[in-house]
Design a protein around this ligand. Structure first.
Ligand code: PGA
Ligand code: ZN
Length: 416
């Protein structure tokens, strides 16, 4: 059973406060986890609790810390727990709001992840093995999606599309994928330095050169893949335009200074898919433009992974609705969007039941916590995005993936 629950305010990768939790079990073992934080959050996400105070521009989490050390600690130390689902349900009940606004999704997600580590410890297995058992999954080493060019809410440039990723879908192992990511990143770095005399970074460690046109970004990417010595069968491209960020409303969008209605935006994506080795398209439409999602899916769903992030917010009900309404064939998975580990399992199950793929994801604000590396291997969904192959909070996840592979070389690498 849990004997103590401690929490503290620490800094995330953007230098803003976040919450770190440590649970102690009666065998003396300590299990920690820290909450990540998004910048381009979906309207339907579980919400963070931030202090309404002048410190840290109102972004402190001392109230979230107090909630964990108060009500959450009292509940968790009161009785032994059968499993993560029972514990998560108790957290949700204690909070009492549908979006975890009272205790804060940042507090609850850190507790839920730390508790998962505690259960894995009690089971005497690595976290990913425990996750595989909990979800009835076959573990799989995922294709990493390295976000190497940043725009949108994550960078100071005028690039409307948020993320340009490279995905080594055609290599043989996690080690080879990380190598391809690193080599391509450095080829891109040289090109960006050469052309723009700067190699400034966005929030996820990708370069943020002063460009505005997505085509220019894709040209840079494809050139870097070739310069690094890879074919576009080995290393493909994935994009997350994060269309909420350039949605004007009423079915209209603005890309690189041009106004496009939803049909013209679908035409634009269709053209990009024809001209570039893009295999996955996330949040191509705004979270409430359901008509746009249907148009996009109808046009490109047979050629590309059409993925919902802000659209689904890791919510099983929204994922089921998206399948029924033909919005997408894939769901992005972020634990802190829904708030607990067991509901994250439910979101993945909902996607599976509807033949949708999944990609596990970090947030743009991160910590060195590596929970999502074990989550992606254990659920066997075969895809992860954790930013560039650079910066400590991003590479912590990729390094954990390589470490799992080294410890268990029989695990297959690739897409599900
Ligand atoms: P966020 O963005 O973590 O800033 O919300 C990530 C994404 O849109 O995938
Ligand atoms: Zn996204």
């Amino acid at each position: 059973s849990i004997t103590s629950v401690r929490a503290e305010q620490v800094l995330d990768s953007r230098g803003w406060p976040t919450i770190s939790v440590a649970l102690t079990l009666d065998d003396g073992s300590v299990h920690e986890a820290a909450a990540p934080a998004g910048a381009s959050t979906g309207a339907f996400e579980a919400v963070e609790l931030r202090d309404d105070a002048p410190e840290y521009s109102g972004r402190g989490v001392l109230n979230a810390v107090a909630g964990v050390e108060g009500a959450v600690a009292a509940t968790l130390t009161a009785t032994p727990w059968d499993g993560i689902r029972q514990l998560d349900d108790a957290l949700r009940e204690l909070d009492g709001t549908p979006n975890l606004a009272r205790l804060g999704a940042n507090a609850i997600v850190a507790v839920s992840m730390a508790a998962s580590r505690g259960f894995a410890h009690l089971a005497g297995v690595p976290l990913y093995v425990w996750i595989a058992a909990q979800t009835g999954s076959d573990p799989l080493m995922p294709v990493p999606h390295f976000n190497v060019l940043n725009g949108g809410a994550h960078a100071a440039n005028d690039l409307d599309f948020q993320e340009f990723m490279i995905a080594p879908v055609g290599v043989g192992s996690e080690q080879d994928a990380v190598r391809a990511g690193s080599e391509t990143y450095h080829a891109l770095q040289a090109a960006v330095r050469d052309q723009f005399h700067t190699a400034g970074l966005g929030d996820e460690g990708g370069f943020a050169p002063p460009i505005a046109n997505p085509v220019q970004a894709l040209d840079l990417l494809v050139a870097a893949i070739a310069t690094a010595g890879y074919t576009t069968d080995q290393v493909k491209v994935a994009i997350d335009p994060a269309a909420n960020g350039f949605y004007l409303g009423d079915g209209n969008y603005q890309v690189d200074g041009r106004r496009l209605d939803r049909r013209q935006l679908v035409d634009y994506y269709d053209g990009l898919l024809g001209d570039y080795p893009i295999w996955s398209l996330e949040d191509g439409m705004a979270e409430n433009d359901f008509e746009g999602w249907q148009l996009l899916f109808e046009r490109v769903g047979d050629r590309a992974q059409v993925m919902g992030d802000d659209l689904f917010v890791t919510d099983p009900a929204r994922i089921r609705q998206g399948a029924a309404e033909h919005y997408a064939n894939s769901a992005l998975i972020k634990v802190n969007q829904i708030g607990t580990v067991s509901q994250t399992f439910d979101a993945i199950a909902a996607a599976r039941e509807n033949d949708m793929t999944c990609m596990v994801s970090h947030r743009s604000g991160e910590t060195p916590d590596t929970f999502i590396a074990d989550l992606v291997v254990g659920t066997g969904v075969g895809q992860i995005k954790s930013g560039a192959p650079a910066r400590g909070e991003r590479v912590a996840k990729y390094n954990r993936l390589m470490s799992i592979e080294r410890s268990e070389p029989r695990l297959r690498y690739g897409l599900r």
